[in-house]
Design a protein around this ligand. Structure first.
Ligand SMILES: [Zn+2]
Length: 198
């Protein structure tokens, strides 16, 4: 998919999450902060993206409040990923949109023929589809992959990336664009403060 004739960077992640978390990474990365394009800003573009990512059934209604909820959930998840990346933990206010989805969710358990129990959020509306993301978060929290989905340590960026580094100490969506920029900024700040950069 393209926006303004160019490929969207979120469609070709350099640090992609494994499939269950990929949808969450994709949602968080629907905007290029701090002042870039936002795929959820325009309702027509948002509809295509939401349907394409199974967050809206093709013929389901999408009103302004639905879209606002998606954007607020996106930012709630981003706040969680900032915490995963070693930044501030999300506040109750940060999490409120996601809590609203959790409380509205109708989750059903299914017993498969081999005895496996699976959970589903069934329904076509946006709130129910967002609840399916909560199930993916739950699974990832249990298998340990959730902590590796992080928001970039550059507070102007906060792009979601999956930290597949061996020591799980990754902090940047991309060292060239964010890691070095931050290091240079800190370097200059220390120099201004009259301290010898280390
Ligand atoms: Zn970044």
């Amino acid at each position: 998919m393209t926006v303004d004739g160019r490929a969207w960077p979120g469609d070709d992640e350099t640090k992609p999450a494994p499939p269950p978390l990929r949808r969450i990474q994709a949602l968080v990365n629907t905007v290029e902060r701090p002042d870039g394009a936002d795929r959820l800003a325009d309702p027509a573009d948002a509809r295509d993206w939401l349907v394409g990512n199974a967050l809206l059934a093709p013929h389901a209604r999408l009103d302004v409040a639905d879209l606002e909820l998606v954007v607020r959930v996106r930012e709630a998840v981003r706040a969680m990923l900032v915490g995963n990346g070693g930044g501030p933990r999300p506040t109750p206010a940060d999490l409120a949109p996601l809590r609203r989805v959790a409380e509205a969710a109708a989750v059903r358990a299914t017993l498969e023929s081999d005895g496996t129990v699976t959970l589903h959020a069934r329904g076509d509306d946006v709130t129910t589809r967002l609840a399916s993301l909560l199930l993916a978060i739950r699974d990832a929290q249990r298998d340990g992959t959730w902590a590796l989905l992080k928001a970039c340590g550059n507070d102007e960026c906060r792009w979601a990336f999956y930290d597949a580094s061996r020591n799980h100490g990754g902090m940047w969506c991309d060292m060239a664009s964010c890691g070095n920029k931050l290091k240079n900024r800190e370097f200059r700040a220390r120099r201004r403060a009259g301290r010898t950069p280390s």
